[in-house]
Design a protein around this ligand. Sequence first.
Ligand code: AMP
Length: 201
Amino acid sequence: MKLIILGIQGSGKGTQGKLIAEKFDLKHISTGDLLRKETSSNSELGKEISSYIHAGNLVPDELINQLLQIHLPKENYLLDGYPRNLEQAKLLEKIASPNKVIYLELSEQEVFSRLEQRAECKSCKISYGLNNLPKAPGICNSCHKPLEKRKDDTHESIKKRIDLFNQETFPLLNFYKSRVIKINGEQSVEEVFHEIVNKLD
Ligand code: AMP
């Protein structure tokens, strides 16, 4: 099975991606995570990538496409954060065309409240927010380390990313047409997961 999970920022792609990949035994590839890993190496490339991410801009296609081709298997993947535009979607068609595209629908008002509340555990890669509050404020339920806010979850960067999503990524729904499975992303984590599993089956 080859799956893409698409949705506006804060719609729960990372959280659901992880759950779906576990359930169906797929390799979970998050291009945002791959890029953030590169930035933590402090290399020249990492610094360049950081400047795009912090400003809420997309990283250039040549760079992300190279990274994708290193990590993407030919089969059994769940891709989160890619494609972000038509050029990327066309490349993916050539290398390993997806069977289904899961689209998490969420209103823009909900995006702001979710992202401004979002905090994550860097070690466990668990994201917490209004729908998934940690048991102790600011502390990861699993490893008990302090949670951190993502550097790009500022009001300005969120607004920029919403505009980019609407202009560049939303039109992909028309590109994938009959492969798209629409999911109501405003439900709880468990309900969203249940709806995805039902519709995939
Ligand atoms: P995400 O974790 O998916 O929200 O991605 C965080 C940031 O990484 C985005 O705002 C972009 O700057 C960059 N990024 C992630 N995936 C891509 C992609 N497919 N193309 C270009 N930039 C990307």
